[in-house]
Design a protein around this ligand. Structure first.
Ligand code: GLN
Length: 538
């Protein structure tokens, strides 16, 4: 007897190579099903051993995405939120590290007393438990589970085994295996090659999983004969080999998958009764991404400019804000260390807006401060996020407030003017993982400010990830010399936002607004920043 299930489960695995866009595929499927009226969520299972990506360098792992409830998670959760417009929580991302940690903690408590603790069944059971937990907590119609990495990776084996058992437990009518593969074009042969896909599916079959649907990433259209060949060799129904061609925008992907009837196929296979799909609003936003009527250049002055994944949510927030303004935002990546060496003019004189993103450590800080000064003095729209806001405060204190060498205690000791300092509750913390000020906090906005103009309300909530803050000892001094402290945390009286009154658009926020921007709900601050940049260009 198989277990009864109200929720249907779709497992997304990847093969051949990494970076094929499994996250985008999972998010796109989620969007299509949600727009057919189903209650959907997504769980990312990451086979690495870190408890979470919070302690990894963004150059290793890309951006750390922070959830409402303060979990530091994989950047794919950002895609899920941007596509399906549902808040992901801590339970929507589980790493092998967390799973082993849970099992080993139970072992120490004696919960397996007398038994041998093994990958099968203890680790696999814990993986299955986490999957059930997401669907029951949210009472879902459909849960999509994306397995990180590529099929065949050593560390991924327990996850693949767990999802094999999952179908065994609740039956084929409640589960679907979707495998994303790559069909490369070999220029020398002038041909698309299906062999890597065949091998990847063989790999899955060896582990007991027969995929139901294949999504074939490709740069060129796959001819019908090649698709039929893949279907035959991989034992997949003919209509279930779906090509996913490179798109100029990731937001086009769900529309393409819909054109290939992927949502119909899924609903039929899982026996899901749904409403008519609603994609008009989505299409409208995609239209202005693809055919903007204006264009602006915005500089991002940061440290990890070579690896764009480090700033994933910021890049996406600009795409959303661009679409809302019918404008293409061209991002100009500026290394702050270079600004430090050669001055801001050469690198920033051509742009219409300047953004300084979040970051850690003192490398490149003086270049960031020069960039703030340049934006402030030349009335170029400026947006400082987290560390970017802290830089704006330091620059203002030094150059307007006359506080010579004002700085953050993150970058220098024995300061006369520590305008940015560790938060009180941070001072005693020694452990690194998961100990920053994390997740959603309220912020009360002063009426008549640029912030109020953007949000149009006095109470907002935004997500944080930092240890330092504006030093409350300097609030009066900073206000006296003209800095507008437009938003405060009502419970802790922390300065959350700053701005300048006599500047077209100069805003700094201690939180990360980019984490809450979604294609169909562009973030108001990014929207207004882009608008101000368009005005500056004119
Ligand atoms: N390093 C700064 C802090 O910890 C800023 C962090 C950030 O930009 N996310 O407060």
């Amino acid at each position: 007897m198989v277990r009864r299930s109200k929720t249907k489960y779709i497992f997304v695995t990847g093969g051949v190579v990494s970076a094929l866009g499994k996250g985008i595929a999972a998010a796109s499927i989620g969007l299509l099903l949600k727009q057919r009226g189903l209650k959907v969520s997504i769980l990312k299972l990451d086979p690495y051993l870190n408890l979470d990506p919070g302690t990894m360098s963004p150059t290793q792992h890309g951006e750390v995405f922070v959830t409402e409830d303060g979990a530091e998670t994989d950047l794919d959760l950002g895609h899920y939120e941007r596509f399906i417009d549902v808040n992901m929580m801590k339970i929507n991302n589980a790493t092998a590290g967390q799973i082993y940690d849970t099992v080993l903690t139970k072992e120490r408590k004696g919960e397996y007393l007398g038994g041998t603790v093994q990958v099968v069944p203890h680790i696999t059971n814990e993986i299955k438990e986490r999957i059930h937990n997401v669907s029951t907590t949210n009472k879902l119609d459909v849960l999509i589970i994306e397995i990180g990495g590529t099929v065949g990776d050593i560390e991924g084996l327990p996850f693949v085994e767990a999802i094999r058992q999952f179908r065994y437990d609740i039956g084929a009518q409640n589960t679907l295996y979707i495998h994303l593969t790559y069909v490369p074009y070999i220029a020398a042969a002038g041909e698309l090659k299906t062999k890597p896909t065949q091998h990847s599916v063989k790999n899955l079959l060896e582990m007991g999983i027969q995929p139901d649907i294949l999504l074939a990433r490709t740069e060129r259209t796959i001819p019908k004969e090649a698709k039929d060949k893949i279907a035959l060799f991989c034992n997949v129904e003919k209509g279930c080999v779906i090509e996913v061609k490179d798109q100029s925008s990731i937001y086009q992907v769900p529309l393409e998958l819909h054109n290939y009837k992927l949502d119909d196929i899924i609903c039929e296979k899982l026996n899901l009764e749904t409403k008519e799909i609603k994609l008009d609003a989505w299409r409208q936003y995609v239209k202005y991404i693809k055919t903007p009527v204006d264009k602006v250049k915005i500089a991002i002055v940061g440290k990890y400019t070579g690896l764009k994944d480090s700033y994933k949510s910021i890049i996406e927030a600009f795409i959303h804000a661009g679409s809302a303004n019918k404008c293409k935002v061209e991002l100009v990546w500026v290394n702050s260390e270079e600004v430090e060496h050669s001055g801001p003019e050469g690198m920033l004189s051509e742009v219409h807006g300047i953004l300084i993103p979040g970051g850690f450590g003192d490398r490149g800080i003086e270049g960031k401060l020069l960039s703030v000064k340049y934006a402030r003095e030349n009335e170029i729209p400026f947006f400082g996020i987290c560390l970017g806001m802290q830089c704006a405060v330091i620059e203002y204190a030094r150059n307007v407030g006359g506080m010579k060498n004002a700085n953050s205690t993150e970058f220098a000791r024995k300061l006369k003017y520590p305008v940015i300092d560790l938060m009180a509750e941070q001072k005693k913390i020694k452990r690194k993982g998961g100990t920053m000020r994390l997740g959603a906090f309220d912020c009360e906005i002063e009426k008549g400010t640029k912030l109020y103009k953007a949000y149009k309300k006095t109470m907002i909530s935004e997500r944080h990830r930092h240890r330092f803050e504006v030093n409350n000892d300097y609030i009066n001094t900073l206000e006296d010399c003209g800095l507008v402290l437009s938003g405060k945390n009502p419970d802790l009286n922390l300065v959350e936002t700053i701005e300048l009154a006599d500047h077209p658009w100069f805003v700094g926020v201690q939180y990360h607004p980019e984490l809450k921007s979604r294609l169909t709900k562009p973030h108001p601050l990014f929207r207004d920043f882009v608008k101000a940049s368009i005005n500056f260009k004119k």
